[in-house]
Design a protein around this ligand. Structure first.
Ligand code: ATP
Ligand code: MG
Length: 717
């Protein structure tokens, strides 16, 4: 391997260098390389950072053989993130996988040796087979019922319950789709039988089969245990009894286990996961080291405050993990006030979000630092459409399956053919030429759906070619293909320079500078089917996960109606009530009249949607657009004062060489224009101005305000 192909910056530095950049508690965790270890801490406190540094430290001190470490997490995205952090720290070669992926690999390897024959084929969806089973038993087969059956079977399987076992535990569970437990247990059995007859397996079977294999075959167990010595589990609050059993089998009585988690982020209980294993870790391993982290390095005090308020507002007397949520303490400088807005309908909400994203981008924030998160995948369409219309690229699908996409496989095949004949041209040029024939073009298509997704994938390959060609000397098309093969083997997708669109569940563990939490209305957040208190609690935790993804900018939005021109029947999420109060906002209007006759903002490609500074609704009437306020939200300050302040902010921001919104947000400026504060105490009362802002900008603002007072009559107010 040549020098230029070794992208590891730290290898020459002493191993201790890996511990730099950790605080005392994180360092304690990272330096505890052997024995059971539990890191119990809130969002953004550096749990993942501590364990990745711990692994790297272990590898670089020679305590760990990188190939003998297995790091497990719950989403493929998080696993990819961990792999790239480890490579960056000079510890490549460590396996970072989801439970599922790790188990599937072992199953694929050992099945032919133990069971013999081919591994059953994996089915993505249970509904089809379940439909057949239900028909045979003359049970209801409508889609909604089938989905309920599927979730109940998933719960039973991850709880390691057979159909009989299920019956013994079923009394405490509601009847799935109104079907008696006895009949459901029969359905569960019929489903299992059908699946087996057809040589198929479902998602849970992957873990169940692996468990069975390790339990029944000592040689396999010994071989797996020989392979892996050190185990690390991130997001341990979401482990299911089935995953725990697998983990125990991997450990085989050894204690080289490090777990990390936050009970307040438990968001998979509906699938049978439980934070009990995390919270009772000490009971199981009495000699375990337990490290607690409280400093939040990710988010601004403004974001952290809302996260704390959301948890504090939970109903007391709920389930165990709620006993005492950790209060996060932000380590970051003050940032902009989070915004809560309400829009007429889904399209208007999406257009508003696209407009904010455009503003942030124009102010210099990379698109890859922004994310729009929603409760259900079905919500993504409106955002895809709005972003496409605004010419903003986005990344919709999880990064995990990038190399399985058809267009990517086709592109790699075409590049391979081309590499045989073409070695002269610079790599980026060859890649562009080859991919053009497959549907890549310089500008993104404005359509959504398959064409757009295809383009996004190809554009990601082009961007990767550009990046690598810039980084490496004598970079050839063959090198590029070798890199793609390597990444494909590691399922490591190139980062697409685009906004991330993702469900809240899949955003766990990740972070962005700007986060939009969209569709925050009753029915979506909490979701309609959350009825019991503990289900509502889980929705609250999911919302908490969402808020704590934001580093600096946080936007919380909802829409009153689904369709343009529809009746505004939706109510904003109950979880927003304490947050509005915290931000000093009036309680939300229950309904906003739909804006009649409004043209669909998606049709006018370049036209930026302007929304009301008061409620965030997209404005259509000329006068309202000019004032940036709807008729329901008259300004409470003098327009001229606000304008002068805006001008001052612009000049001042230029002087500081920062985007204007980094000084004060529009919302903060409005309140300043309204209250015209003159003392530090008064300034601190303004949302968006904390000690830090006061210290940095306070004097200049006061000067500007007093100048303003002298030049007009406003001082008399
Ligand atoms: P989550 O609960 O959401 O998974 P986490 O506890 O795993 O969060 P990390 O993702 O490890 O938190 O860290 C959050 C952010 O804070 C990251 O950007 C990380 O680099 C940064 N960070 C963590 N610890 C420190 C530190 N000691 N100094 C500077 N930055 C830090
Ligand atoms: Mg984490």
């Amino acid at each position: 391997m040549t020098e230029s192909l070794t992208p590891i910056p730290l290898t020459a530095a002493p191993a201790e260098a890996v511990l730099d950049g950790l605080d005392a508690e994180q360092r304690q965790a990272a330096a505890t390389l052997t024995g059971p270890l539990c890191i119990l801490a809130g969002a953004g406190t550096g749990k993942t950072r501590a364990i990745t540094h711990r692994i790297a430290y272990g590898v670089r001190t020679g305590t760990y053989d990188p190939h003998r470490v297995l790091a497990v997490t719950f989403t493929a995205r998080a696993a990819a993130e961990m792999r790239s952090r480890l490579t960056g720290l000079g510890a490549p070669g460590v396996q970072a996988r989801t439970f599922h992926a790790a188990a599937l690999r072992q199953l694929q390897y050992f099945w032919p040796l133990t069971v013999g024959g081919t591994l059953p084929q994996l089915v993505d969806h249970k509904v089809k087979i379940l439909g057949e089973a239900a028909r045979r038993l003359r049970l209801t087969t409508d889609r909604a019922s089938l989905r309920d059956f599927a979730s109940e079977i998933e719960w039973a399987k991850v709880s390691t319950l057979t159909p009989e076992g299920y019956l013994a535990r079923a009394a405490s569970r509601p009847e799935p789709a109104g079907v008696q437990h006895q009949a459901f247990a029969k359905l569960y059995q019929a489903y299992e039988d059908l699946k087996q007859d057809r040589h198929l397996m479902d998602f849970e079977d992957v873990l169940l089969f692996t468990v069975a294999m390790l339990e029944s075959d000592e040689r396999v167990a010994a071989q797996v245990r020989q392979q892996y010595r050190h185990f690390v589990v991130d997001e341990y609050q979401d482990v299911s009894p089935l995953q725990q059993r697998l983990l125990d089998l991997w450990l085989g009585g050894r204690e080289e286990l490090c777990v990390v988690g936050d009970a307040a982020q438990t968001i998979y209980s509906f699938t049978g996961a439980t934070p009990d294993y995390l919270l009772n870790f000490r009971r199981r391993f009495p000699q375990a080291e337990v490290v607690k982290l409280v400093r939040d390095y990710r988010s601004t005090p403004q974001v952290v405050k809302l996260a704390n308020v959301l948890l504090a507002d939970r109903k007391p007397g709920g389930s165990a993990p709620w006993a005492e949520p950790l209060q996060l303490i932000s380590q970051r400088q003050a940032g902009p006030t989070p915004q809560i807005t309400q829009h007429a309908d889904d399209d208007a909400e999406a257009a508003w979000i696209a407009a904010q994203i455009t503003d942030l981008r124009d102010a210099g924030m990379p698109l890859s630092e922004m994310a729009v998160l929603y409760r259900t995948n079905g919500q993504s369409q409106a955002f895809e459409q709005a972003l496409a219309s605004a010419g903003i690229s986005y990344q919709l699908r999880g990064s995990e399956r990038f190399f399985s996409r058809r267009e990517v496989r086709e592109a790699m095949a075409a590049l391979r053919t081309s590499s045989l004949v073409n070695e002269q041209e610079p790599v980026p040029d060859s890649v562009r030429a080859v991919l053009s024939s497959l549907g890549w073009s310089r500008d993104a298509p404005t359509s959504t759906g398959a064409v757009r997704e295809r383009w996004e994938s190809l554009a990601a390959l082009v961007a990767l070619a550009d990046q690598l060609a810039a980084e490496r000397e004598n970079f050839s098309l063959r090198d590029f293909l070798a890199e793609l093969d390597e990444r494909s083997a590691a399922q490591h997708a190139p980062t697409v320079e685009g906004v991330t669109l993702a469900s809240l569940h899949s955003a766990k563990g990740l972070e962005w500078d700007a986060v939009f939490l969209a569709g925050l209305c009753e029915g979506l957040m909490p979701i309609t089917f959350a009825k019991e208190q503990q289900e509502i609690d889980e929705e609250r935790r999911l919302f908490y996960v969402g808020i704590t993804r934001a580093r600096t900018h946080l936007f919380l939005s909802s829409a009153s109606a689904r369709h343009s021109g529809g009746r505004g029947k939706r109510t904003p999420s109950r979880f927003l009530i304490p947050l509005r109060k915290e931000l000093g906002l009036e309680p939300a209007a229950r309904q906003i009249a739909p804006s009649s006759g409004r043209t669909n903002p998606n049709n006018s490609k370049r036209k930026r949607a302007v929304s009301c500074l008061g409620c965030g609704e997209v404005l259509v009437k000329g006068a309202e657009v000019g004032r940036r306020r709807c008729a329901n939200c008259p300004p409470r300050y003098e327009e001229a004062v606000f304008e002068q302040l805006r001008q001052w902010r612009l000049d001042y921001a230029k002087e500081l060489e920062v985007p204007a919104f980094m000084v004060f947000s529009d919302a903060t400026l409005e309140v300043i224009a309204e209250k015209l504060p003159s003392t530090d105490e008064e300034l601190l009362e303004i949302p968006g101005i904390g000690e830090k802002k006061l210290q940095v900008h306070g004097q200049r603002l006061k000067d500007a305000l007093s100048e303003l007072g002298e030049s007009s009559s406003v001082s008399s107010r």
